[in-house]
Design a protein around this ligand. Structure first.
Ligand code: HEM
Length: 447
């Protein structure tokens, strides 16, 4: 395969990372601004991944020649002990998991869960929210999202004690060794901060999940939660290997689904705070459509502006800010030769801020997602859930859950976020607001 471009720009990156070690997405943002949609290499000493941001190039990696770009190497290897060999891997194991899991998350199935989900959210809001004093936003969102996803995945029979252990363990597992994602050339035998906490968290996660698998295998098989349906699908494979595959799929889905959902829902509040005009439209819509009644599925079609608002949050703050892939064979992307074995980094964060594809890219403007406004857009310019064969299985679930939760809070409270200036992300495998960001929720007084 002949390269059609002799040289590709290489940008210094290690020095940028050192400068921005607390907020590495800033280092990526600087590099992205310099790359301006072109394919470039990021120099990190011996490690020089390709940064791919132009939607045409992203399409090539995610769809056109997708089997050549696998989830191995940087980012994925440090997470491998957690997510195992299932839906977050590649090749035959991934294909088998996808075949089993895809039917679980059809829009029809998700709609069938909606009423139950609405009730669960309403109950959690009652239990979790104390009006008035400062509430840690991330912890509050997690306390509402987590029980709902755990029940959906593990069924009603999971004990409260197990549920309460699972949440924090996952949280530690996805954040503890984040530094390894940025230093992929450091071998596993060299200890890094967070390694021990990471291993401890995995032990906790495994204990809880294997216990639940055993329970389903021995006591019941016909629930409609995810673990029961996985046990049904693998009924003929009830040994340790089968259990291991169920465990891998449960972990691979549970982690990304709770972490991403909580993260986006945490960004919603500083976004409302920073954009009072958009916030006023959200409040007006929730008041008009929902009023003070519990939010139900019948309200969802009319919460149009809220959905646009959430999409704009997903554009500016996609939890998956960096998605690395490894090239199996040499390939040409955008005229640049990518050698076999190279790492390619996709970044929804950068692609969704490219001025060539987004008018006033740094301006928060939900109108971009008004019905009809999306028609001229490149299909690969907006990819919070990515695209192609690996497209997120939880997209429909999230787009139902988010308005239920936000409207569920806003029908009763008005938020005041405690922040003096712009809120910037912290170091984690997903793009999170800084830990400890708080808000107060004040009850709405209606006549
Ligand atoms: C705002 C919420 C969410 C966002 C932004 C999000 C984003 C993503 C992204 C970017 C990927 C691709 C990862 C990669 O291949 O590198 C992905 C995959 C996936 N997501 Fe989500 N996700 C969200 C919620 C959920 C939920 C609620 C579920 C629960 C079912 C879920 C399940 C999955 C699964 C199973 C995959 C792997 C699909 C495959 O590789 O075949 N996600 N998600």
């Amino acid at each position: 395969m002949a390269a059609t471009v002799a040289s590709v720009k290489t940008l210094p990156f290690l020095s940028r990372l050192t400068r921005h070690w607390r907020v590495p997405v800033n280092a990526l943002e600087e590099a992205g601004a310099q790359a301006d949609g072109e394919l470039v290499r990021l120099s990190m000493g011996p490690f020089r991944p390709y940064l791919v941001t132009h939607p045409d190039h992203v399409q090539h990696v995610l769809t056109t020649n997708q089997p050549n770009f696998v989830r191995e190497g940087m980012f994925w290897d440090p997470l491998a002990p957690l997510v195992g060999q299932g839906i977050l891997s590649d090749g035959d194991n991934w294909a088998e998991s996808r075949r089993i899991l895809q039917p679980l998350f059809t829009a029809r199935y998700v709609n069938s869960l909606a009423e139950r989900m609405a009730e669960s959210i309403d109950r959690s809001i009652d239990e979790v929210i104390v009006p008035g004093p400062p509430l840690d936003i991330a912890k509050t969102m997690s306390a509402i999202v987590h029980p709902m996803i755990v029940r959906l995945f593990f069924g009603e029979k999971i004990s409260v004690a197990d549920m309460n252990r699972l949440g924090p363990a996952y949280d530690v597992a996805v954040t503890a060794n984040a530094i390894r994602h940025l230093l992929p050339f450091v071998p596993d035998r060299v200890p890094l901060p967070g390694d021990r906490a990471f291993r401890r968290a995995i032990r906790t996660v495994d204990e809880v999940i294997y216990r639940r698998i055993e329970q389903v295998r021995t006591q019941e098989q016909d629930g409609d939660d995810v673990v029961s349906r996985l046990c049904q699908a693998r009924r003929d494979d009830a040994g340790p290997d089968g259990d291991r595959r169920i465990r891998d799929d449960m972990v691979a889905m549970h982690g990304p689904s709770t972490d991403t959902t909580t993260t986006v829902l945490t960004w919603v509040w500083p976004a409302l705070h920073a954009h009072p005009e958009a916030a006023a439209r959200v409040y007006e819509e929730v008041e008009r459509v929902v009023g003070d009644a519990p939010v139900s599925v019948s309200h969802l079609p009319d919460l149009t502006y809220l959905r646009m608002f959430v999409s704009e949050v997903l554009r500016l703050y996609p939890p998956a800010w960096m998605l690395p892939r490894k090239a199996l064979a040499t390939d040409v992307v955008g005229g640049v030769t990518i050698e076999a074995g190279s790492t390619v980094i996709l970044s929804p964060y950068l692609t969704q801020r490219l001025p060539q594809f987004w008018d006033r890219p740094l301006t928060f403007d939900p109108e971009r997602f008004a019905p009809g406004n999306e028609s001229g857009r490149h299909r690969y310019a907006f990819l919070p859930f990515i695209a192609g064969p690996h497209v997120c299985l939880g997209q429909a679930l999230f787009m139902m859950e988010a308005p239920l939760l936000i409207a569920g809070i806003l029908r009763r409270f008005r938020p005041v976020v405690h922040s003096d200036g712009p809120v910037s992300p912290q170091l984690a495998s997903s793009l999170r607001p800084p830990a400890g960001l708080t808000m107060a929720l004040y009850p709405i007084r209606r006549p």
